[in-house]
Ligand binder design. Structure first.
Ligand code: NAG
Ligand code: NAG
Ligand code: NAG
Ligand code: NAG
Length: 363
């Protein structure tokens, strides 16, 4: 892997300079919760349409198609590299033995904050279920480390990016889900955030302290949404983008409150709004996806030939960004994880959209 080469070069340089000292990761472990944006294979053995373990997914990934919903690495893979891990964090589905001491990736395509989210796709591991899986890991780590386990788990890095599917594969599907008739967009954001609050507190109770929580991005710009709804001359489906903003607006103050109520919590909000559309400035609007997509679900047509130059695209398929976007997201998320350590400020991405220039004190 290219980054291994880079890491070993850096290691050689630093060991030359400092005469030794191994390049240990900055944290002992990294735990990942989320949906298809960071699934690395947990859905492969589920009966579901939300799968990406076939070509042309993984065209730029060393092991090829692994279940990652993009051409290369996800932001979580890249954060693991930036943290200094020399192997990717294993998916829960295949992590075993002492692997789990480095951390586990629980993310599952189609999953949501709400249990029913994504059910029309088939199997998926909801956030509640991801937390149950994490409890299994915590108990196994306790068996391995005994009374040191709690301190160990406190030192790990944690990232969570959930909520997109609670809109795309729930609220925006009125034929299947009743949520849009039960709740106004504002009420739905309240309901989601109330549930998310409980889930974040559960994560804290299992030992998470340094946790980066990603806000929702401009999901109304996804080519599959644009194709379905049209844009009235805008670049994106504005009514979908507007729908997710109340969620972000409520998440930020919640995180602040959790930090003051939960001793030792260093939760940070990571704004990703605008990142997908801004990462590749000249991305084509007429041919917005790198792979050829299926009309029904926006995923890549199996074994089709993708575009040649992936760096020219924001979206790999109808919903999921290319590695180029993931790189940008990873930099923001990594900086957020560090900032909780070193700076008294929340980390807000300075970018387009309604969160431009947003920055304020944390405690
Ligand atoms: C862990 O799983 C891998 C493949 O999934 C297998 O090769 C390996 O033997 C397993 N290790 C343990 C300790 O079970
Ligand atoms: C387009 O504009 C019309 C009229 O303002 C509105 O009813 C419709 O919801 C808009 N469509 C989208 C996709 O925003
Ligand atoms: C934080 O604590 C205050 C005071 O006990 C309480 O009113 C509030 O609901 C708590 N907030 C959260 C998010 O737990
Ligand atoms: C891909 O596009 C980028 C940006 O225009 C360019 O710098 C790069 O050389 C291209 N790569 C290939 C293999 O054509």
């Amino acid at each position: 892997m290219a980054w291994r080469v880079i890491l070993s070069v850096l290691f050689l340089i630093s060991s030359n300079l400092q005469g030794g000292a191994a390049g240990a990761p900055q944290v002992p472990c990294y735990f990942i919760y989320g949906d298809s944006l960071c699934d690395s294979g947990n859905n492969n053995d589920l009966v579901t349409d939300a799968k990406a373990n076939y070509s042309p997914y993984g065209v730029d990934f060393p092991e090829g198609a692994t279940g990652r919903f993009t051409n290369g690495r996800t932001f979580a893979d890249i954060i693991a590299e930036l943290l200094g891990f020399d192997e990717y964090i294993p998916p829960f589905a295949t992590a075993n033995g002492s692997d789990i001491l480095r951390g586990v990736n629980y993310a599952s395509g189609g999953a949501g904050i709400r249990d029913e989210t994504g059910q029309q796709l088939g199997g998926r591991i909801s956030l509640n279920h991801q937390l149950q899986n994490h409890l299994i890991t915590v108990l196994r780590i306790r068996e391995m480390l005994g009374e040191d386990a709690a301190t160990y788990l406190n030192k790990c890095a944690y990232t969570i990016w959930m909520g997109s599917n609670d809109y795309l594969n729930n609220y925006l599907m009125p034929d299947i889900y009743p949520t849009s008739t039960l709740y106004t967009p504002e009420e739905y954001a309240d309901v989601l955030i109330e549930q998310y609050e409980q889930q974040l507190k559960t994560l804290y109770s299992y030992g998470a302290r340094r946790l980066a929580i990603f806000g929702l991005s401009e999901i109304g710009c996804a080519p599959a949404e644009v194709a379905e709804y049209g844009t009235n001359g805008s670049l994106c489906v504005d009514k979908i983008d507007d729908l997710v903003l109340p969620f972000n607006d409520r998440l930020k103050p919640l995180i602040k409150e959790l930090n003051s109520n939960l001793t030792g919590a260093e939760f940070v909000y990571v704004s990703t709004y605008g990142v997908t559309t801004n990462a590749v400035p000249g991305a084509s609007l007429t041919s917005p996806t790198c792979c050829k997509v299926k009309k029904d679900d926006g995923q890549c047509i199996p074994f089709s030939t993708p575009c040649l130059n992936r760096t020219l695209y924001s979206y790999y398929d109808g919903f999921h960004p290319t590695e180029t976007v993931h790189l940008e997201v990873a930099e923001i998320g990594y900086a957020a994880l560090l900032s909780s350590d070193a700076s008294p400020f929340d980390f807000y991405r300075v970018s387009g959209g309604s969160e431009e220039g947003y920055s304020e004190s944390k405690r």
